[in-house]
Design a protein around this ligand. Sequence first.
Ligand SMILES: [Zn+2]
Ligand SMILES: [Zn+2]
Ligand SMILES: [Zn+2]
Ligand SMILES: [Zn+2]
Length: 410
Amino acid sequence: MAAAEAEARGAWCVPCLVSLDTLQEYCRKEKLTCKSIGITKRNLNNYEVEYLCDYKVLKDMEYYLVKWKGWPDSTNTWEPLQNLKCPLLLQQFSNDRHNYLSQVKKGKSVISKDNNKALKPAVAEYIVKKAKQRIALQRWQDELNRRKNHKGMIFVENTVDLEGPPSDFFYINEYKPAPGISLVNEATFGCSCTDCYFEKCCPAEAGVLLAYNKNQQIRIPPGTPIYECNSRCRCGPDCPNRIVQKGTQYSLCIFRTSNGCGWGVKTLMKIKKMSFVMEYVGEVITSEEAERRGQLYDNKGITYLFDLDYESDEFTVDAARYGNVSHFVNHSCDPNLQVFNVFIDNLDTRLPRIALFSTRTINAGEELTFDYQMKGSGDVSSDSIDHSPAKKRIRTVCKCGAVTCRGYLN
Ligand SMILES: [Zn+2]
Ligand SMILES: [Zn+2]
Ligand SMILES: [Zn+2]
Ligand SMILES: [Zn+2]
């Protein structure tokens, strides 16, 4: 039907798989203007340094090979140092060159001394890869921040290797139910308190204690459910019983770990103990589907499957392809985050939301971790992982480094 409509309007809409930058490069190469992709007569001949690719000395003059922003590689030109007005890119170039050489020295292959007249091809190649990676990660960081709907910012950093953004990961803010699963997002009951802290509020209605103290810290033991106020409650956004629903308040950084644990997440702000840090979201699938996916996934994929076994074991959250920052949080046998089951607008006990709270004060710069084997119940031994043949098949060695490390992720 969409196609017929488009045809009626006399136009076909086909998604373009090429990036905007590449389209701009084509345009400039062919000397064409195109307003909708941002190439006008005015900027058709703009030259801005995107990054520096190579270096040489010719007749005592220093030159850099310049990649021009919005122009294809075929238009790269050698420019004398005195023409370049990009101190940060020059610094970056020098740092990358230095890092490459010190890495090579660490491995024992001894390189012949730089003659200082030109870079070895391998060095230049590394510098270009690093520049491209930086651009790709920046673009990904921008995208994550466009998509997220919470207060805290998301940063991305890789000073360790050449890994770029994950190719098969889509940022979501909330559960994405698989076809056939419906998440009821309307509560059937709301409170009418004037002060939810002191009155018989939503938690009491569910037969549990209010989860938070006046400092927005969790005060109930792990394994106890959180019932927050919802869209039917009379209280406003400042109600002390609305924490998880407000989303992540801290600026976090997805960073490349140097101990072989892939990406990890660190906080850029100090987090008070017992505070809400982030929600664990992903696709909500049936446990049968989780079993099936578990067989298909490799070791890493399996670690994204999170059984919602608060009261039944009908559903699993799969954060392998769809998720938020929690997708990148590593496992530790001695974690600083603890899992809680949360009910807000959905009171179906088979489908709790999963919230991660700090177990202690976490300083700015510290990596965030949670125990992949720890479920809402807080009991490792009764964990459904032990009963699932799909997950039992492959054991993944744990690299958390904790004194109390159990040795395996599953
Ligand atoms: Zn209330
Ligand atoms: Zn309330
Ligand atoms: Zn309420
Ligand atoms: Zn461990």
